[in-house]
Ligand binder design. Structure first.
Ligand code: 9MJ
Length: 683
């Protein structure tokens, strides 16, 4: 073998390896080598090709990047038009679609009276439709949908998308002479976030959503830029097939996948009749927020391709398929004003006041703008038309302005220098994005939020004391500190909005019960910055009384597990404030008796370590843990020989297996309760 032969062999091997890794990464989502290993192969290929340009082939992976810039996009006439889909928003529209399909097929003798129509269900990706033309297995042309008849020639850009094979898989004689594949180019959410972060760091355009980022990247005049953009692709259809066809849509997609094209098989199902279509819609809706990309609905397609032909087309959409849309997660509306809200620790959050807009299934009038830096970054101005996003249960947020619609009177947000609620100065600590009101508990907004926190489920857990009532109590200056909560009487409470005598009585009873809180809950209720539930519990165990925590020197605080200088400093500063000391004194005067962990602890469970696994029938994990700790036991996250008991609920997994192997005693919830009762610690 001469030098040239061995060089060609090496090049062929490198190209094969790199394409195999591209497939593993982009088509199957399961990379088999690290990025660094991939880079080594790619660099070797690039340097060999640079030294021997006459050996470069059109399908070499190096040809995905760096082609010369396009002057402008040429146009491509689709040999078979690229259709769009009709939409359904309501269940009834889906039922009507299924009925139309079934009636037509029955009339044509393609479906018997007792048969349901078989549909192929797909996700509706929110990207950009493209058509890829392969001739004898080689990608020769890529075009956007355009108006359905004529699209833009984006071949050079599409060649840079690693998820799209330049060459189809399979023996040459088995590859179709002509194959036009249709599908969606899109960007994964994580890639979108990374791209925007990089764009911002370079001072370049920020994209408002993954769809725009994908479209902007594909329609770049310079393919070298497209090459750097993380685009993905899924195939879901076809155009010209050169006469070849399998009998079903599902079989066609299997075939496309075999040819090396990415197909979103994991998300596809076959469904019979309208009811199963609606089940698919619901189940995808539940998973939507966890998907790694944006979708705007699902698509139902009649699976049988002969049936599809019988059904035919209306205008530009097929009668055999329909898109069932989810409520839009984004909408545009007018930004009427930006106001600021004051949180429990004084943090100032700018809030957008919006002209009401229906988004994500609800009407939104307020949306968070996070902080001043975010407003500047997004360049959002009062008077702008803005894009509002509400995804899943997430708080609605302003994504950015529609610059083309910016009015001349649009005005920039200015962070007020004084708190709008109490007038105290607003400060912004250097290096922190958050501005804060310095008013502390002098500020009614902070008092309200502190009180809401203090009576919450994880703190004093006072049932029946909601936000609206707290607001009224603070606004009427009836309650100025947590201690005054314990001076409330049934008669006066009954006068408040939406409070009857019975609910007033229940509330007073709940407040009375809160006079004997667990010490850790009381510490948490005080709302000391950086002191969460766990730290509060550690402090309670270490110091044993609220007075001891209050008087602790910073050095003593540092002895508590997981308390470092920042937390210790925050605790010390909190209790150095005379009004905070006053609150604790007043609580005591009102008869509040925190229950020290020692008092709750009996000999029974001390020295015993528990591991919780699975879902218990009535107790949350949190509740079971706090009961065990209150009874003197310890809760650990992992099973070892030192574990005394494993408490196993439904769907207990590997921990239970390990405990069984090690011979650890196993309890269910009832067993745990019995044990706790025996240790006389249950309250
Ligand atoms: C998207 N966007 O995911 C179709 N689509 O079928 C799926 N779009 C489509 N199918 C025919 N999954 C025309 C468009």
């Amino acid at each position: 073998m001469d030098l040239r032969d061995s060089l060609v062999e090496r090049l062929t091997w490198l190209r094969g390896e790199i394409e195999r890794h591209n497939q593993a990464y982009y088509v199957h989502d399961t990379p088999v080598v690290s990025d660094a290993q991939y880079d080594v192969l790619m660099r070797e290929l690039q340097s060999l090709e640079a030294a021997h340009p006459y050996l470069v082939t059109a399908d070499s992976p190096t040809q995905r990047v760096g082609a010369a810039p396009l002057a402008a996009f040429g146009s491509v006439t689709h040999r078979i038009s690229m259709l769009s889909l009709g939409n359904a928003f309501e269940q009834d529209e889906v039922r009507a679609f299924d009925k139309r399909v079934a009636d037509t097929l029955r009339a044509a003798g393609k479906l018997s009276a007792d048969q349901e129509v078989s549909y192929f269900c797909e996700l509706k990706l929110d990207g950009l439709a493209i058509s890829l033309r392969y001739e004898r297995g080689l990608l020769v042309q890529a075009a956007t949908r355009g108006d359905g008849q004529t699209g833009e020639d984006v071949t050079l850009n599409v060649r840079t998308i690693k998820a799209i094979p330049l060459k189809l898989k399979g023996a040459e004689q088995e590859l179709p002479e002509i194959l036009e594949v249709r599908g969606e180019v899109f960007m994964n959410l994580a890639d979108f976030e990374r791209l925007n972060a990089a764009q911002q760091a370079r001072g370049e355009k920020i994209f408002v959503n993954p769809r725009n980022a994908a479209a902007g990247s594909l329609r770049q005049l310079d393919p070298r830029i497209t090459a750097q953009r993380p685009l993905s692709f899924f195939a879901y259809g076809w155009g010209d097939l050169g006469g070849f066809q399998l009998p079903r849509h599902s079989a066609m997609l299997d075939w496309l996948q075999q040819l090396g094209l990415p197909v979103n098989q994991k998300q596809h199902v076959l469904a019979l009749g309208a009811q199963q279509l609606l089940q698919y819609y619901t189940s995808v809706g539940e998973r939507r927020a966890q998907l790694p990309y944006d979708i705007d609905g699902v698509v139902y397609k009649v699976d049988d391709l002969i049936a599809q032909r019988v059904l035919g087309f209306v205008a530009r959409a097929p009668r055999f398929a329909i898109a069932h849309k989810f409520p839009a997660q984004e909408a545009t509306t007018e930004l009427l004003d930006i106001e600021v809200q004051v949180g429990r620790t004084g943090a100032i959050t700018p809030v957008a006041r919006l002209a009401p807009v229906f988004v994500g299934g609800v009407t939104v009038t307020n949306a968070t703008l996070h902080n001043e830096t975010e407003i500047l970054r997004k360049d959002v101005r009062i008077g702008d038309t803005v894009i509002v996003r509400r995804a899943g249960d997430v708080i609605p947020e302003v994504v950015g302005p529609v610059l083309a619609r910016r009015p001349i009177f649009a005005s920039s947000f200015v962070m007020p220098s004084a708190c709008p609620v109490c007038g105290s100065a607003i400060e912004r600590v250097e290096d922190e994005a958050i501005a804060r009101c310095t008013g502390g508990l002098f500020c009614a907004a902070q008092r309200k939020q502190s009180l809401i926190h203090a009576v919450g489920r994880k703190a004093l857990d006072i049932e029946g004391l909601g936000e609206k009532l707290v607001e009224q109590l603070v606004d009427r200056e009836r309650i100025r500190s947590l201690a005054e909560l314990f001076t409330l009487r049934v008669e006066e409470l009954a006068e408040y909005d939406r409070m009857g005598r019975k609910s007033a009585e229940n509330l007073i009873e709940a407040i009375a019960k809160a006079k004997r809180p667990q010490l850790n809950r009381l510490i948490f209720a005080l709302g000391i910055r950086h002191v969460g539930e766990t730290t509060a519990r550690d402090l309670a165990l270490y110091f044993g009384s609220i007075e001891a925590v209050m008087q602790a020197q910073p050095e003593a605080l540092l002895n508590v597990s997981d308390v470092g200088p920042v937390v210790a400093g925050s605790i010390a500063r909190f209790f150095a404030e005379p009004h905070n000391q006053q609150v604790v004194r007043e609580l005591r005067e009102q008869g509040v008796e925190p229950q020290a962990p020692e008092a709750q602890r009996s000999s029974g469970l001390s020295g015993k370590t528990f591991v919780l696994t699975g879902t218990l029938p009535t107790w949350s994990r949190e509740e079971a843990s706090s009961r065990i700790i209150a009874a003197g036991g310890k809760v650990s996250g992992s099973v070892s020989r030192k574990t005394s008991f494993i408490v196993a609920g439904d769907e207990a997994g590997s921990k239970l297996e390990k405990a069984t192997e090690l011979g650890v005693a196993i309890l269910d919830e009832a067993g745990l309760k019995t044990l706790l009762e025996a240790s006389q610690s249950i309250d």
